[in-house]
Design a protein around this ligand. Sequence first.
Ligand SMILES: Nc1ncnc2c1ncn2[C@@H]1O[C@H](COP(=O)(O)OP(=O)(O)OP(=O)(O)O)[C@@H](O)[C@H]1O
Ligand SMILES: [Mg+2]
Length: 278
Amino acid sequence: MQAIAIINLKGGVGKTTTTVGLAQYLAEQGKKVLVIDLDPQTNATVMLVGEEKWDELNKAGHTLNTLFRDAVNSTHTFNLNETLQKGVSGIKSVTTLDLLPSSIDLIETQEQLAKAVYTNTSTLNLYDVLYNGIQSILGAYDYVLFDCPPDLGLITRNGLHVAGSYIIPTIPNILSTWGIPQVVKHVKRYEPNIKALGVVATMVWGAGKQSNAVTKILAELEDETDAPLFNTRTKRIDVFAAAAEYEEKNTVEDKWGGAYNFFKELSAEIQTKLENAK
Ligand SMILES: Nc1ncnc2c1ncn2[C@@H]1O[C@H](COP(=O)(O)OP(=O)(O)OP(=O)(O)O)[C@@H](O)[C@H]1O
Ligand SMILES: [Mg+2]
């Protein structure tokens, strides 16, 4: 089992898009894949099950929020079987993709969890909540992908605690790449054994002079960051945004169109990196 967290402090850089497209691609290739949505924005959940189903799950408490609330309240109401959504994505050729859904209520729960860090007198480790809640099913998957919120808060830390490696998607502009060396340093401090698979440039734009600027930004980033840069990258193209909508499709290529090759190449490069790390 390979557990990979998709992280960045910066918002809107392609974390969710990378998580969901990669998960769909890997599942279509016959891998058993689990997406764990740790972001209260619930974007990965809505992309994979649609808004209506998400609403139903949220009302029933069948989201990861219940797991984290249990930790705050010392209750045992989280039902893993009912929360785990099997065979998600709406794509006919994708049959082995499961999801642990997120909830907007995670915002408040994370605050209470943070308070509990200071007031908790029990032996409960608040970075272990996710692992303890889901470890019984992890062995059933080839890949577990964590879609994280744009922060390194308690919920993201729970994901990093289960993950064996991580990927940082970024837009190659100065403001987006600025904090990445710090992200890598912090993660190393929290989880010394986690492997930085690398930084993926998403939404690359421009030709001529502008594309020289992108090359320069990425070269500087590689110099300053203790994590490699993926060869795989993708341009800024509209099909990515269009694919965010939950719709029934026949294949992953039907779903992502011109963006399909990005996931194909990224998956191959990730697999090579994981093989080399053995
Ligand atoms: N290569 C691309 N070209 C154009 N648009 C893209 C590309 N990749 C992602 N997008 C779009 O950009 C927006 C942000 O992407 P996404 O939601 O994946 O980022 P994120 O890092 O998960 O954001 P957040 O931090 O808010 O969770 C989305 O509308 C998405 O559809
Ligand atoms: Mg996101």
